[in-house]
Design a protein around this ligand. Structure first.
Ligand code: AMP
Length: 150
């Protein structure tokens, strides 16, 4: 019966925590807002000034969003990054969007993290290994093909 329901009926949309923030149903430190985006302070910042750039349209993730949203969101991230870099302690910025649970996404409403970094703050980032080099070549060969074909 469940399979039948899922196949023939669209499931109701469950609003994410970010939609509730946009609708002011949950409070947050809103840093910026316009017609299409909201920027909020991350509740668990890596450094002070760690914010989330969130489109008001609830795309679940980066790959499902339209090109205009990606372009405008990226511009807003750049504006924030330029501002943060004027602060004396801020020596670098990470702009990250996690796409999918396997990549660490926990809120399924597209958002970019803009994270100011301090010299030697030692926040752990990923480090690759040379062992994956042959698989890397194989997957990049696939990418070279699809980027020409599509
Ligand atoms: P991600 O794991 O990439 O989906 O990132 C989700 C981010 O949202 C995390 O860094 C959380 O700390 C942050 N977050 C979750 N709930 C809230 C909230 N109510 N207000 C602000 N940030 C939040």
């Amino acid at each position: 019966v469940q399979t039948c329901l899922n196949t023939h009926m669209s499931l109701p949309h469950t609003p994410s925590i970010f939609e509730k923030i946009i609708k002011r149903e949950i409070s947050a430190d809103i840093v910026y807002e316009d017609a299409d985006f909201i920027v909020i302070a991350d509740i668990k910042p890596i450094q002070p000034g760690h914010v989330l750039v969130i489109p008001k349209t609830p795309f679940p993730d980066f790959v499902s969003a339209d090109a205009v949203t990606i372009a405008e969101g990226s511009k807003l991230c750049q504006k924030i990054a330029r501002g943060l870099l004027k602060l004396p302690k801020v020596k670098g910025i990470n702009v990250i969007t996690n796409n999918g649970a396997a990549a660490g996404q926990s809120v399924f409403h597209l958002h970019w993290h803009v994270i100011p970094r301090h010299e030697g703050d030692n926040f752990p980032m990923w480090h690759g290994s040379a062992e994956s080099a042959s698989l890397q070549a194989e997957t990049c060969a696939y990418l070279k093909k699809i980027l020409i074909d599509e």
